[in-house]
Ligand binder design. Structure first.
Ligand code: SF4
Length: 374
């Protein structure tokens, strides 16, 4: 396989001023001294690895990148200014609503950011303690409206299956989120990961049946209000799909910089250390794996079936030199009704999206190791 082009980069900023109960991301409490050393290490990693590719998407996530001071943001943006951005680039910056003000928004705008992502999660104050997040509905609305004065491409995160959340609670959140009229909404169910405060506090996840009902409720309300459901958990107004995340779902290569970041470069997948201390010391990669063609094809379906349009048959043929139905037994899964196809694509039917993981595993287990010999 040829080394594919690199059109995307992710940069991780692992600092937060508050640690949420459910968080399993790579994050540390904000500390001025550590941030400066971290930014130096980040600059080194980028200098050593970035090959000057014209990037179509750039994503600064965390952590909470917006918690950096203006001086630290200036350093970060100076590092980022070394990237070449292609003409129709998408540059996303994650923000905490509490950090949003005119100064921050102007700073982002001046430095080529053209999309921001705000982790609102819920407007419902009753989840404040369980999530360990500050929830102030009026302030959240005010901040999103302020951000809209600067950016027309805004994502907000919606979290559901929150402990004793009822369908009525969730419906209210979804309707309130819609009323913000932003271009993109990402949804997540609350997962109790090990090593989180939630896990230590023995909080249980909502049962699967209720989660399924919640998932359907979100999908129905968002799609009947003009949002296009384009990936299992993501919705956008037409034309505002996240180009950056589509890089992942299209199984394309991308750079990952920073502690806790993952990347996929020259068909090698890698993870950086989650220890900020080790990262600053230059001990970066903790995992690397060259992906062979067999694995690449499996990854293609694992990621591709997350998209509502599924896998483009011609694109698959062009990429791997063989049609998808020769590599996987898609024919029998179509007969069973677990997959559907049209002229261009194969995809998971809407009614089965909630159990898409099981269907994807079935597709992968139908992989024909001997397809090359036919
Ligand atoms: S969820 Fe986001 S804001 Fe909360 S601790 Fe994790 S990275 Fe920080």
């Amino acid at each position: 396989m040829q080394n594919p082009s690199l059109k995307s980069a992710y940069i991780h900023v692992p600092f937060c001023k508050n640690i949420c109960s459910y968080c399993d991301f790579c994050k540390n409490y904000y500390n001025e001294k550590i941030v400066l050393s971290y930014l130096e290490a980040l600059e080194d990693e980028i200098k050593e690895n970035y090959k000057g590719d014209a990037l179509e998407t750039l994503y600064v996530g965390g952590g909470t990148p917006s918690c950096l001071s203006i001086k630290e943001l200036d350093i970060l943006f100076k590092i980022i200014s070394k990237f070449n951005l292609s003409e129709n680039y998408e540059f996303t910056f994650e923000c905490n609503y509490e950090d949003i003000n005119d100064t921050l928004l102007r700073k982002l705008k001046e430095n080529n950011v053209n999309r921001i992502s705000i982790g609102l999660q819920t407007f419902n104050k009753k989840f404040k303690d369980v999530l360990k997040r500050n929830i102030d509905k009026q302030e959240m609305i005010k901040k999103v409206n302020l951000a809209k004065k600067y950016f027309n491409n805004i994502n907000i995160d919606l979290m559901y299956a929150l402990g004793n959340q009822s369908l009525k609670d969730l419906k209210q959140d979804v309707l309130d989120f819609i009323s913000l009229k932003v271009s993109h909404i990402s949804t997540y169910s609350l997962i109790v990961e090990e090593n989180t405060k939630l896990f230590l506090n023995k909080i249980e996840e909502v049962d699967e049946d209720t989660q399924g009902k919640m998932y359907n409720l979100i999908n129905n309300i968002l799609t009947s209000n003009g949002y296009k459901h384009y990936e299992i958990s993501n919705f956008s107004l037409p034309g505002f799909e996240s180009k950056h995340n589509l890089t992942y779902w299209n199984n394309e290569n991308y750079y990952g910089f920073g502690a806790g970041a993952s990347g996929f470069v020259s068909n090698v997948r890698y993870d950086n250390t989650r220890s900020v201390f080790n990262y600053i010391k230059g001990r970066r990669k903790i995992y690397e794996e060259k992906i062979d063609k067999n694995q690449m094809i499996k990854d293609e379906v694992m990621l591709g079936f997350r998209k509502i349009n599924g896998i483009d048959k011609l694109a698959f043929l062009n990429k791997y030199g063989i049609s998808i139905d020769k590599v996987f037994n898609t024919e029998s899964l179509i007969k069973e009704g677990l997959l559907e196809e049209n002229k261009t694509s194969i995809f998971i039917p809407l009614k089965y999206l909630f159990v898409s993981n099981e269907i994807i595993l079935k597709v992968i287990s139908s992989y024909n190791l001997n397809y090359n010999k036919k």
